[in-house]
Design a binder for this molecule. Sequence first.
Ligand SMILES: [Zn+2]
Length: 419
Amino acid sequence: MTGTRFKIFPQPSFIDAFDEPETVYVSSPAGSLMPGPADHRMYTVFPVDKPAPYGIAPTGNEDAPMPPWHGDILLPAEPDEEGHFDYLEPGTPQFEAAHLFGIVRFVLDIWEGYFGREIPWHSARHYDRVELSILHSLDNAYSGYGFIEVGAHQKDDDFKPYSLNFDVIAHEVGHAIIYSEVGIPDPQAAIGEYFGFHESAADLVALISSLHFNSVIDHLLLSTRGNLYTLNAANRMAELSDNEQIRIAANDVRLSAFAKGWVKEHKLSQPLTGAFFDIFVDIFHEVLMEEGMISPDVEELSDQLLSSPDYHPVMQRLFDEAFAEHPHGFKQALMHARDVMGTYLAETWQRLDADYLDYVDVAEAFLDVDAELSDGRFQRLSFGNFKMRDIGDVRVGPQLAPLDKDSHANSVRTVVPLD
Ligand SMILES: [Zn+2]
């Protein structure tokens, strides 16, 4: 039994290197998916004349609309004779629906692999299945109770449906995983870092998932020759990556920037995401070194040259040579580092309690996971990266303004039934 084929744009299709969709297999056995696409865990709909997004009351006075959608829908995407969806061509509502479903299934496959089991929906008590809804009038994407709803970005002539945006959808699946695995805190016990953690985890889910596309890995390696140090803190070359997720993750923000308080949870998430990205890069280089593909001198040299103008040319030359000798080994090492991160994060999240969750809890759980799974192999580098972000040294100040309507975590969409 083989899986089901979908065509997916690994990155928003307006980035040149990725303007062709890549064919992927998801775990659903070929022939098992219904029109929609739909299966036992979720179903895709493209509603007609849906007045408002889920979870948000149009005028604020009535109950917020919740799934399921009972109104009219556009024709669903149908599987071909063998049960696949990759025959659909971009430019149709059916392609959008299949693209949305295919990504959600693809990302769930990856993370269920890291968790070693099925990830239940947070809404499982009230909804058998999650509704994947396309609503172009919404300029956002939300993961809520019983639904993932994606809109479109529209400005003048520029129209980009989020159903075609891997990063946006994978990010929303990330929120869904955290709602399910970490939960929602008691309102009195919700502190700012919980919201920052949520955004960070969603971005990491998107980043690690995107590294499951051959084309993304190849592009990253060919454009850097494996010199991810250049994306690492202190020496980053901002323009080096045209990968949106890497741009978000490769940041230099430290937690001390929020000692006086915070406003947007996305900003507050940056120190934590940055720490994990740098840990990922360090693990990658550690693996390269252990496999003898780069020499230990490279790391030492990197430290020595850190703030010198020679840094970039010297380091890049070393990596150009090393990569030319072992292109395949570099790819294996990158995939290995990716899977270490995915496994560690999945294990870390399961240990967290949503009440009073702060970044120190996350860092400590991650270090414990490393101690248990790998005898502390990455303890020192992980600790150093948390430390460099002031995690453990600085307390986050108060919330200075309420979360705004763009917030991915504001209460209206995390609304859950009281019973
Ligand atoms: Zn978000």
